[in-house]
Design a protein around this ligand. Structure first.
Ligand SMILES: *Cc1c(COP(=O)(O)O)cnc(C)c1O
Length: 393
């Protein structure tokens, strides 16, 4: 791709570029340090195992966990599957009920649906118009056989942050396991699994400037000790909870990605929020009739999900070719493709088709934000003129 044609990347909820520091940390493990971390008889194996131990410490530290509570997986999709299946399949000959929400990532929603087909009762809690679950509704939905509460920590579309601590307290009070999909929250929200009462937590490296295809699940080891039924079987890697030869370079990358947040999370948060606010301010100045979706304060600092009234989906996307962003609908006509998250917070199908998700990131510059405001402002003007023109005819 020609550098001049490269759209401005504002889609950091979808994935993030690899941080060069992460790449540097990983590189030797693709080359001379190629050992299998399970090889206990020679230095190649020891070197890999030591590096994996260090990475495990780095991941654990970022979320206030113990190293032995971190199990490496292929990403948050696998971690979410392992959390839901792992809890459910560990329970034999008992009725089961799982509570989750309508705004989960598909890797939780589809897994819950699969369990439902297998006889598990599932409640999909609605959310407020700002995207948060309601604690009273959560508590009211608890049944004697509720085994798991699975709630997205921070939403990948509208950025809304859920009250994890309050959810954790409710779960604890009723003796229910609490799983949080934190793929978007890690590194952006201060997470302490002890303080928040989280029992299971899903992490993805590629959402935090690490490599794709690697992630982790935190599994509480005490108060209470959580047991998951493995969903893969093999040798004894990851205490047999997730067997398979470890993805050593990926694990080193995930560890390094977590370590970077330990260093500069707060200053970075401040900078990102300022850029996001600049984007919002710029759009509001140039365009009327816009709605910001999500929670006004309990929202990820990188997120801006905006609905523009009176624009046609296809034309909007055509005019936003200079930006790499996501939209609220997969295509203009099929209602089935409208974002389930926007639906859940009450955005109409028509408005969802005029919705753009911006997510800024570590390497986003002020100039890129200024350029993005220009591109969007011009695009919306053009789209609205076209639709007025269309109506007058
Ligand atoms: C990206 C994402 C996932 C899936 O993570 P992968 O590592 O890509 O499998 C799950 N949940 C949320 C909230 C996400 O944003």
């Amino acid at each position: 791709m020609d550098i001049l044609m490269k759209p401005i990347y504002l889609d950091h909820h979808a994935t993030t570029p690899l941080d060069p520091r992460v790449f540097t940390a990983m590189e030797p493990y693709f080359k001379e340090r190629f050992g299998n971390a399970s090889s206990a008889t020679h230095p190649y194996g020891w070197q890999a195992a030591d590096a994996v131990d260090k990475a495990r410490d780095q991941v654990a530290k970022l979320i206030g966990a113990k190293s032995k509570e971190i199990i490496f997986t292929s990403g948050a999709t696998e971690s979410n599957n392992l959390a839901l299946f792992g809890v459910s399949k560990n329970i034999k000959n008992e009725p089961q009920h799982i509570i989750t929400t309508q705004v989960e990532h598909p890797s939780v929603l589809r897994t819950a649906e699969e369990l439902q087909e297998q006889g598990v009762e599932v409640t999909y809690l609605p959310v407020t118009s700002q995207g948060q679950i309601e604690l009273s509704a959560l508590e009211n939905s608890i049944k004697p056989h509720t085994k798991l509460i699975s709630v997205i920590f921070a939403n990948n579309e509208i950025g809304t942050i859920n009250p994890a601590k309050e959810i954790g307290a409710i779960a604890k009070k009723h003796g229910i396991i609490f799983h949080a999909d934190a793929a978007q929250a890690v590194g952006k929200v201060k997470i302490d699994v002890e303080a928040l009462g989280i029992d299971l937590l899903s992490i993805s490296a590629h959402k935090i400037y690490g490599p794709k295809g690697i992630g982790a699940i935190y599994i509480r080891s005490s108060n209470p000790r959580i047991k998951l039924k493995p969903q893969m079987f093999g040798a004894s890697q990851e205490r047999s909870i997730r067997p398979g030869t470890l993805n050593v370079p990926g694990i080193i990358g995930l560890g390094k990605a977590c370590d970077i947040y330990e260093l500069d999370m707060e200053t970075e948060e401040f900078r990102l929020k300022a850029l996001r606010d600049k984007l919002e301010f710029g759009l509001r100045q140039g365009i009327d009739n816009i709605t910001i979706n999500g929670h006004p304060s309990e929202r990820l600092s990188v997120n801006l999900n905006v609905s523009f009234a009176g624009v046609q989906h296809d034309m909007l996307l055509q005019n936003l070719a200079g930006l790499a962003v996501s939209s609220g609908a997969a295509c203009s006509s099929a209602a089935a493709k409208i974002s389930h998250v926007l639906k859940a917070i009450g955005v109409s199908d028509e408005l969802a088709r005029g919705t753009i998700r911006f997510a800024i990131g570590r390497f986003t510059t002020t100039e890129e934000i200024e350029r993005a405001v220009e591109i969007v402002t011009t695009a919306i003007k053009k789209c609205r003129e076209a639709s007025t023109f269309h109506m007058q005819r």
